[in-house]
Design a protein around this ligand. Structure first.
Ligand SMILES: C[S@@+](CC[C@H](N)C(=O)[O-])C[C@H]1O[C@@H](n2cnc3c(N)ncnc32)[C@H](O)[C@@H]1O
Length: 211
């Protein structure tokens, strides 16, 4: 018998709202390390989108660097916590609660897009999502993306346990062929991002610029 996708992919808003429905921040309140390490690709005053931003750790960090930040996520409880984090840190982020297919996706509007652990997307959704990310970047705009590689199936310290959702260098090179690859690296690290991403992890990081 063929095994279907886990229930979390049938009801992403409900699943993620349940995960976010407590005081703790599931992935912590500090930004993802790959994003922090590459955030200097954007200058204060530039406009950046944080895709599937969750509880706001990445958007709030970017706003704290003087960027004009839009962010969206499907889970309203995540966005409510993100708004609270932004208020606590005294920064402003324009948040939307919406599915990535429903986001307005202004074309050639952003100097940057941050796509950190957006591996909820199956191959068909991923193709649409990555296409919209590319189209939303201004010429010269930069994408910073972080995900897990298939090796993560051995670690199971975060991310979906589904091979088709995970990234390889070849997959990202092909998916972002329209962009100039600035950095693309598979590596391993010990993550300590809340309880959600914790322990030895098989990661991939991408920095790519729209020509
Ligand atoms: C692994 S979490 C990462 C959150 C955030 N990017 C971070 O690094 O902290 C994945 C996020 O994707 C959101 N999500 C899942 N499916 C989505 C969809 N179809 N559209 C928009 N967001 C979605 C979830 O609510 C969750 O916040």
């Amino acid at each position: 018998m063929t095994q279907g996708p886990p229930a979390s992919f049938d009801d992403p808003a409900g699943t993620w709202n349940r995960r976010f429905d407590n005081e703790a921040y599931l992935f912590g309140t500090e930004p993802n390390a790959w994003l922090r390490a590459h955030a200097d690709v954007w200058q204060p005053g530039q406009r950046v989108l944080s895709v599937a931003d969750g509880e706001g750790r990445n958007s709030v960090f970017l706003a704290g660097r003087g960027l004009l930040v839009d962010a969206f996520d499907i889970a309203e409880l995540g966005v409510a916590k993100a708004r609270r984090l932004a208020a606590e840190r005294g920064v402003s982020v324009h948040f939307d609660v919406c599915d990535c297919d429903g986001y307005a996706w202004p074309r050639a509007a952003y100097d940057g897009v941050a796509a950190i652990f957006v591996q909820f997307a199956d191959p068909a959704l991923r193709e649409r999502l990555f296409g919209r990310i590319v189209d939303s970047l201004k010429p010269g705009g930069t994408l910073v993306l972080q995900g897990y590689t298939p090796k993560q199936l051995d670690y199971r310290t975060g991310g979906p346990p589904i091979a088709s959702h995970l990234y390889t260098e070849a997959l990202l090179r092909e998916a972002f062929a329209a962009l100039e690859i600035v950095e693309l690296r598979e590596y391993e690290a010990d993550l300590a991002e809340g309880s959600g991403h914790h322990g030895r992890s098989a990661l991939i990081g991408l920095v790519a610029r729209r020509r």
